[in-house]
Design a protein around this ligand. Structure first.
Ligand SMILES: [Zn+2]
Length: 322
């Protein structure tokens, strides 16, 4: 099997790695030299004030040396070369990780920037674990090592191991840090287990949220304060009354849906080349998603209204039947 490390780093990942090493290897010299570079500092702050789209376009037009200088300044000031991606998870995934995203996936990743509580209902085969991994890596990478905390809650041990593998692969392939305990991956089996987390600027990402058990939902609720962001990603369970369904119904939650009909494997939306697997042959990420044949089989098996296809919660289905 070809190693994922054969995939070349993106320009930003390569320059960021150099900037981080430069600072870590020779902190005093780099910091004092950079303290005098007012023009770079001014440019960094100007860019930070731009809307994400304009900032990314501006960056893409700069040469490697200028980007490297900005990343070095970012590392010195903010403890990360990626401060310029702090408000754009989709921008980070595309620019730094080289991910090929489709429109709705971008919207889903970015929802957390404007909404502190997000319930993302996704159909079967839509790359939920990958989405969770992208969010966790982004949240970690755009902060200094000791700043904030990223907690990933998973209902089962096996899905926890799968997610750990995806995170490790993405981290190594892109030289983006993924380290415990900055990224805390947990299967809570006791509602008190997360109670010790008091870090301000924490983000909780719940993976496979449709299968979260009540005690696990309670564990998450325990640490939800005003400084904690929550993104729950999963396929709704057929059974009503799950924690995920309850979350999606709250007025304070921004609820999103990605049904089978939204996937590029069905719509044909172009979304670039896959970088998320070990296959070195050029292919679209849509190849890994549920397709029309799967849909036909599943509709025959479960019916049109099944959450695996519609990503709808039981309360939504009940409402539309009234
Ligand atoms: Zn692939």
């Amino acid at each position: 099997m070809t190693s994922i490390s054969a995939t070349p780093l993106t320009r930003y990942a390569r320059l960021a790695d150099r900037a981080r090493s430069a600072v870590e290897d020779n902190v005093a010299a780099v910091v004092s030299e950079h303290a005098g570079r007012e023009a770079v500092a001014v440019q960094l702050e100007q860019l930070r004030g731009y809307p994400a789209a304009l900032r990314r376009t501006t960056l893409s037009a700069l040469g490697d040396y200028d980007v490297f200088e900005l990343m070095l300044m970012s590392q010195v000031r903010y403890g990360t070369p990626y401060a310029l991606w702090r408000d754009t998870p989709s921008g980070f995934a595309e620019d730094v990780l080289g991910e090929a995203l489709f429109a709705q996936q971008r919207a889903l990743l970015d929802a957390t920037v404007t909404s502190p509580r997000v319930a993302a209902a996704m159909c079967f085969g839509s790359g939920k674990s990958h989405q969770v991994a992208l969010l966790a890596l982004w949240h970690r990478a755009v902060r200094a090592k000791d700043e904030g905390m990223t907690v990933v809650v998973v209902p089962h041990k096996t899905s926890c191991e799968d997610l750990h593998q995806i995170l490790t692969m993405l981290s190594q392939a892109n030289k983006v840090p993924y380290d415990h305990p900055a990224v805390y991956l947990t299967v809570p089996n006791d509602w008190r287990v997360l109670a010790g987390i008091h870090s301000p600027d924490t983000m909780i990402v719940v993976s496979d949220a449709g299968n979260l058990r009540p005690v696990q939902g309670k564990a998450v609720e325990q640490i939800l304060s005003s400084s904690v962001r929550l993104v729950a990603v999963g396929t709704p369970n057929e059974e009503p009354g799950t924690w995920f369904e309850d979350l999606a119904q709250r007025s304070s939650t921004y609820a999103m849906r990605m049904s089978l009909l939204d996937l590029p494997s069905i719509t044909g939306e172009a979304c670039g080349q896959c970088r998320g697997c070990h296959d070195p042959r050029p292919h679209s990420p849509a190849l890994h998603m549920a397709d029309a044949q799967w849909a036909q089989r599943s509709i025959a098996l479960y019916g049109y209204d099944h959450p695996k296809i519609t990503a709808r919660f039981p309360f939504e289905t009940a409402r539309s039947e009234r």
